[in-house]
Design a protein around this ligand. Structure first.
Ligand code: ATP
Ligand code: MG
Length: 506
């Protein structure tokens, strides 16, 4: 064929495409109905799913439901002053969030706009909130620990960088506290954090931000907040935006911990939106694609291949159960998407076992390989001891005669349960955790009354901090208990035991 004609044809094609683009960009639709943060627009036929629309004053909406004659729009700004008849202009842009190091220490909405009253800034870039998850060849296995500072987690249910671990439990069982502790544990490390508030009360969000600031953890954390009063569109977008911000850091080879608090609220917001848009409801009135909603989000958590910088994104989604029903729709969806769950039990919580992690119903699938060697060695069979505890206690309650070995395991289990209790906002370093496990294994707690153990171990940690900081450093550096470290720990524990016996009334 004549090359000249080819060229002309290409040029005509390009010109036409550009013209169509310009025509499309000028497309202006008109709202025919508005209510509850959702609107319907007519007269913008070529708007695509996920495209942003704008009113002249900058008010933003997201095209979310494409029908033959009209489109459903989710407003991303308060929509009290929007009314039918208003014009919305297609922008040709998809929803994007600001990404920048300047986001650290800030509270932003789902588009990355500061909402903490602080100064605004010009971000380095905008990245789309919906991004494709890295493919298999771009990933590598989880092999580095994600230290949470929570003794029961790091000992029995260890997490690794790039893992997805669900935090599951009834209302007020300490889910948020657990996630915050994990964020606090990253202070002074290379790990950056993103905390996402979805559908929480405004006061709860303020409390979280306050807690992070007071603990000195806000400087390395981005808070993405879409509280219960914010438009449903914001609540829908928030976790994707948080994930994109995390991916921005990960793309620089950094390690990121992202908390989604909570995906139950996210699913509820999505259900509200779907019902308002007139989509057909599925099981429990959730839209049929609610699984995909969370699968495509959590699929983005990963450890990148070294070729791509080796960064990681660890996800801690939170979900709420009702009356301990972990087999409800959203919890089972999330359990099947994640690499394990930390189940918080309200009975344990009320009995004073806090954090109320039910070790029997909790699991961590990939993190075991990443557990620091020193903890893995010390924790080797403790999970079994803990798992048997409940059964043995029930057995003992019926006055059954126990064999000496069974009685020993029961006593060990009771002491272990005490040793795993931990107040909130007090994450522990690996050195402390190893010392506590050492004390249990070597029988230093056997002579301590069960109700004194929490006190005894707090004393132990204080004493180690004051006199043996170098031992803690050595344990962490060497990732094992050397002969010298073992001797120092023994010495400290013996001294503490003598003191403790003296303190006890005869
Ligand atoms: P919600 O379902 O309302 O979001 P939640 O499961 O996130 O609740 P939190 O708000 O974290 O629970 O905690 C509930 C209460 O339990 C708070 O008052 C908190 O101070 C207390 N709490 C949580 N963890 C501990 C802990 N380890 N020790 C003592 N108290 C704790
Ligand atoms: Mg909470």
């Amino acid at each position: 064929m004549n090359p000249g004609i080819d060229q002309i044809r290409d040029q005509v094609r390009q010109t036409l495409a550009a013209m169509r683009w310009r025509v499309r960009r000028r497309e202006v639709g008109r709202l025919v109905s508005v209510g509850d943060g959702v609107g319907r627009v007519r007269g913008a036929p070529s708007v695509r799913f996920g495209e942003l629309l704008e009113r002249a004053d900058g008010l933003t909406g997201l095209a979310f439901d494409i029908r033959p004659r009209e489109i459903g729009v989710l407003f991303l700004d308060p929509s009290e002053h929007v009314s039918a008849g208003d014009e919305l202009r297609a922008t040709g842009r998809v929803s994007s969030v600001a990404v920048d190091d300047k986001l650290l220490g800030r509270v932003v909405d789902a588009l990355g706009r500061p909402i903490d009253g602080g100064p605004s800034f010009r971000p380095r870039a905008y990245w789309p909130t919906e991004r494709e998850a890295p493919g298999v060849i771009d990933r590598q296995p989880v092999r580095e620990p994600m230290h949470t500072g929570i003794q029961v987690v790091d000992t029995l249910l260890p997490l690794g960088r790039g893992q997805r671990e669900l935090i599951l439990g009834d209302r007020a069982t300490g889910k948020t506290s657990l996630a915050l502790d994990a964020i606090l544990a990253q202070r002074g490390s290379e790990v950056l954090c993103v905390y996402t508030a979805i559908g929480l009360r405004k006061t709860n969000v303020a409390e979280v931000v306050d807690t992070l600031a007071q603990a000195g953890a806000l400087a390395s954390t981005v808070v993405v907040a879409a509280d219960a009063e914010s438009p449903p569109g914001q609540q829908y977008l928030a976790p994707y935006a948080a994930c994109t911000i995390g991916e921005f850091f990960m793309s620089q080879g950094r390690h990121v911990l992202v908390v989604y608090d909570s995906l139950s609220n996210h699913a509820d917001a999505y259900r509200r939106i779907a019902l308002l848009l007139g989509r057909s409801p599925g099981r429990e009135a959730y839209p049929p694609d609610v699984f995909y909603l969370h699968a495509r989000l959590l699929e983005r958590a990963t450890r990148l291949h070294d070729r791509l910088g080796g960064g990681s994104l660890t996800a801690l989604p939170i979900a709420t159960t009702q009356a301990g029903n972990i087999s409800a729709y959203i919890p089972t969806n999330l359990i099947s998407i994640t690499d394990g769950q930390l189940y918080l039990d309200s009975h344990l919580f009320n009995e004073g076992v806090r954090p109320a992690v039910d070790v029997g119903l909790s699991v961590s699938r990939v993190g075991g390989k990443a557990q620091p060697r020193v903890l893995r060695t010390l924790a080797s069979d403790l999970r079994l001891v803990y798992a048997q505890l409940h059964e043995l206690e029930t057995f003992a309650r019926f006055g059954a005669e126990l064999e000496p070995e069974t009685r020993r395991r029961l006593e060990l289990g009771r002491r272990l349960r005490e040793a795993l209790k931990q107040p909130r906002l007090a994450p522990l370093r690996v050195g402390h955790q190893a010392a506590v496990l050492f004390a249990i294994r070597e029988g230093f707690l056997d002579s301590v009354p069960v109700d004194q153990i929490v006190h005894f171990l707090a004393d132990l940690r204080r004493r180690l901090d004051e006199t043996c900081a170098h031992v803690l450093d050595a344990i962490e550096r060497e990732n094992t208990l050397s002969t010298e470290s073992t001797a120092s720990l023994k010495q400290t524990l013996e001294a503490l035991q003598r003191n403790h016996v003296k303190e006890q009334p005869p």
